[in-house]
Design a protein around this ligand. Structure first.
Ligand code: SF4
Length: 441
């Protein structure tokens, strides 16, 4: 049977779609390889919502085409799928004529037909998997993602995602719970809930308190240890959500992209929560859940962001004291409301502002990590350090996968394999983003 290499670019939502495609291909008997040179078929699942993501896709396509042109395998094929194709197939086709097949975001369940060149009827809306969809998990066996919806019904001025994925569409609760039960029965300890806006869950299907009710059902799954909510929306944080988040299994963790703090910038971004209201919300959340950990994403270099607005943003970061923070550079995107504002802030200024914010955050992050010194914490061990197998890698409830720091855990020469278990770890050394510790006997 032919061998396939699938490259998954972009966000965790893309990764879930890639895992579903791998599921269909596995069921059709295909084998998987990680080295594209050994693959009969190379599949690239692209991201296309901002410039750096498109550049990354160009690099992956160029590498695949170079492999195809020099391949010893008779007819190596390249199939490119996902958000970038959905957004701009015409220019991609023009730029990369060597690609054999293109697939947008509507037909991931038709990947086998695409690979085998069998014509199929294209779906009219973005593909959204469910509990019956086959899925080949690609993350460590301890944890995984569950995507609870697709698309987005907010219209932030800078964002192309609604153009690519369409309006918000929730999966139904029973399908999500069935999938979670199935995953936990396979040994999963931590489920990370993802979507474009997890806090909006159920609104499009008439559910009141959709996310809190979903969480209550997931809490009933015995062997599920941790549930984490990623991709929240500040305006959608409700009292009922904060109430259910007090349950032990729900990580005291919220990912709330505020994007900016200056009222005039947020107005142009078509977002409403300015820094003053954001700080009120943060204080309310911390009052309700004192041990809460907050992650945010900010955007610098948006049209109209002058020195005054940037100072406002720096002051906001200093006052909010986020535990984790990411900074993106404004990327002018065709079809978005902000496109007409141009892109007046120079790239060098954007990069300088990103660096300044990250320097402020590095100090905050280190001070926050210092509070964990000599504390004993639950750590989900999900692997060993490749270059030093006497060290486990893991995360606390305060660290989300792939975006936050991790814990390096000294094995203390214990021979037991503790991977995919939750261990008591005493923190011995805090670092800017990571923690170091040892297993508490
Ligand atoms: S909420 Fe997120 S995905 Fe939706 S439009 Fe805004 S930035 Fe884009």
């Amino acid at each position: 049977m032919k061998k396939i290499a699938l490259i998954s670019l972009g966000c965790a939502k893309n990764l879930v779609d890639s895992e579903v495609m791998l599921g269909y291909l596995r069921n059709a008997g295909y084998k998987f390889v990680s080295n594209i040179k050994e693959a009969d078929i190379i599949i690239i699942n692209t991201c296309g919502f901002i410039k750096p993501a498109r550049q990354e896709a160009h690099e992956a396509l160029t590498e695949a085409i170079a492999s195809k042109n020099t391949s010893k395998l008779p007819s190596q094929k390249i199939i490119v799928v996902g958000c970038y194709v959905q957004r701009d197939q015409k220019s991609l086709k023009h730029k990369f004529p060597e690609v054999d097949t293109w697939l947008g975001v509507n037909d991931f369940d038709k990947i086998v037909d695409a690979v085998e060149g069998i014509p199929f009827k294209h779906a009219t809306q973005c593909f959204l998997y469910d509990h019956d969809s086959p899925r080949c998990l690609s993350t460590p066996p301890a944890w995984t993602y569950i995507k609870i919806s697709e698309g987005c019904s907010h219209h932030c001025g800078f964002c192309a995602i609604p153009l690519i994925k369409g309006p918000y569409r929730s999966r139904n609760i029973s399908s999500i719970v069935k999938e979670a039960e199935d995953l936990v029965s396979k040994g999963i300890k931590e489920i990370n809930i993802i979507s474009q806006d997890s806090t909006y869950y159920g609104r499009d299907i008439g559910l009141k308190d959709g996310l809190p009710n979903l969480l209550k059902k997931l809490l009933k799954i015995q062997s599920l240890k941790w549930i984490r909510i990623l991709y929240g929306y500040p305006e959608e944080i409700t009292d009922s959500l904060l109430e259910v988040m007090q349950e032990e299994k729900i990580c005291p963790y919220l990912d709330l992209p505020f994007q900016h703090s200056a009222p005039q910038i947020l107005k142009l971004m078509k977002r409403s929560m300015d820094g003053h209201r954001a700080l009120k919300l943060i204080n309310k959340i911390r009052k309700k859940i004192p041990e809460i950990v907050l992650r945010t994403s900010l955007l610098v270099g948006f049209p109209g962001e002058g020195p005054k607005e940037f100072i406002n943003l720096k002051d906001f970061v200093k006052e909010a004291q986020f535990d984790h923070l990411g900074v993106f550079l404004y990327s002018r995107e065709k079809g978005t409301d902000s496109y007409s504002l141009g892109d007046p802030v120079k790239e060098s200024i954007k990069l300088k502002r990103q660096k300044e914010i990250m320097q402020i955050q590095a100090e905050i992050s280190l001070n926050k990590n210092k509070k964990y010194l000599h504390q004993t914490m639950d750590v989900l061990i999900d692997g060993v350090l490749a270059k030093n197998p006497s060290v486990y890698t893991g995360r606390t409830q305060f660290q989300a996968p792939e975006v936050d720091g991790i814990v390096f855990v000294n094995r203390n020469n214990s021979k037991n394999n503790l991977i995919n278990t939750i261990q008591k770890v005493e923190i011995t050394t805090p670092d800017v983003y990571d923690l170091y510790g040892k297993i508490v006997k």
